[in-house]
Design a protein around this ligand. Structure first.
Ligand SMILES: *Cc1c(COP(=O)(O)O)cnc(C)c1O
Length: 373
């Protein structure tokens, strides 16, 4: 039974490399996964406790309105609960946004390279994807940064959604306050700007704006956040949307896949929010480790963009796939983007050391990776 053409044309899902399988395959004790931007820390004790308590009630459906979590988020961000929508991961909220805003023939604009989900969303919605190339963040550097002027110019009267991924996945670069404010002020009122801030908690540059502040007074701006990255709940699937205009949150709630945020996920997210100080301390450790890894890579003569996220981007072009394959043969799983670069998640210090050791072993074999060494 053949699916509709837009779906037939989608790439088949390719599962990421599993560290246990890889370790078995190459005959080592342990492989390291630095491919999916999770944090290396286990869930906080309060979260594990909340999950265990919720597990005892899972004969019941979850609260489809996620009232307790929604209220906790509203308090945390100083918004009304009507401005909040929760989802089964931020990716589901992206899908729900496209369902809520994109008729066939409309369009979704975003920078490219950016989060892989955006072009897929557009296809499934029957919308046109408007992809605006990244530009060099510094003269002579690789194309790794949003071009907000070009993104603005690309918006037309079919454009219902614009995604700005800040910091950008996979390059880690971030747009600054003044340019983002200028952009938001110029986007037509009929286009919703979605600030995808999946990595917000790792931002250390005070000039990178907080989308929740920028959305105030701007009814066509919404912010996406997730518990998957900094908050350490990737396996539980919970994200949220905050919107200045409650109608945006309401539209997302109307397209919500019923009961898709599980009872366990809701309980864990509430417990995580209550443990924010510990989460912040972990993020600070990741930021410090990001600095160490960036410096170590640059010492090796590698070009590394300044990252505001929990990963670094190696713009090695054609060497991306061979480099990732060579690292994998040494039990380190990274995320290659063929022909463009390799994204490496910041791991625990000993994981990052193992990555650097593997890199040292393969760099000379993977020709052209090093900018003159
Ligand atoms: C990881 C990620 C998300 C969301 O992930 P979920 O696990 O679905 O919450 C959203 N946007 C970007 C850019 C991401 O990298």
């Amino acid at each position: 039974m053949i699916a509709r053409p837009a779906v037939q044309a989608l790439p088949a899902y390719k599962p990421g490399r599993n560290p246990a399988d890889l370790a078995r395959e190459i005959g080592v004790d342990r492989a390291i996964k630095l491919a999916s931007n999770e944090v290396a820390f286990p869930p906080l004790p309060a979260v594990v406790q909340a999950v265990a308590a919720a597990a005892a009630e899972t004969n019941r459906y979850p609260d489809n309105g996620a009232v307790v979590l929604t209220d906790a988020l509203a308090r945390r961000y100083g918004v009304d609960p009507a401005q909040v929508a929760t989802g089964c991961g931020a990716v589901t909220l992206c899908q729900e946004l496209a369902q809520a805003y994109n008729d066939p023939g409309s369009s979704i604009a975003f920078a490219w390279r950016s989060f892989e989900m955006y072009p897929l969303l557009a296809r499934v919605a029957g919308a046109r994807a408007i992809q605006v190339p990244l530009v060099p963040g510094r003269p002579g550097g690789p194309a790794d940064t949003h071009d907000l002027d070009a993104l603005l110019a690309a918006i037309d009267d079919t454009t219902r959604l614009v995604f700005v991924c800040n910091p950008n996945n996979p390059t880690g670069t971030a747009v600054r306050r003044a340019e983002l404010e200028r952009f938001l002020d110029a986007v037509p009122a009929g286009t919703l700007v979605v600030l995808d801030e999946a990595y917000r908690e790792f931002v250390s540059d005070p000039d990178v704006p907080d989308g929740v502040e920028l959305m105030r007074g701007r009814p066509n701006v919404a912010v996406l956040r997730t518990f998957s990255k900094a908050w350490g709940l990737a396996g539980l699937r919970v994200g949220y949307l905050l919107a200045e205009d409650p109608a945006v949150a309401e539209a997302v709630r109307k397209t919500h896949v019923p009961f898709s945020v599980s009872m366990v996920a809701q309980a864990a997210a509430v417990a995580a929010l209550a443990s924010e100080d510990e989460v912040r301390a972990r993020c600070a450790a990741v930021v410090e480790e990001r600095g160490r890894l960036t410096a170590a890579l640059r010492e090796r003569g590698l070009e590394v963009s300044d990252s505001q996220a929990n990963f670094v981007w190696l713009p090695v072009g054609e060497q991306a796939a061979p480099l990732a394959a060579a690292l994998e043969a040494r039990a380190v799983i990274t995320r290659p983007f063929a022909g463009e670069g390799v994204r490496v998640t910041i791991g625990a210090p000993e994981e990052d050391d193992a990555f650097l050791a593997a890199l040292d072993a393969v760099l000379d074999d993977v020709r052209g990776v090093a900018v003159p060494r």
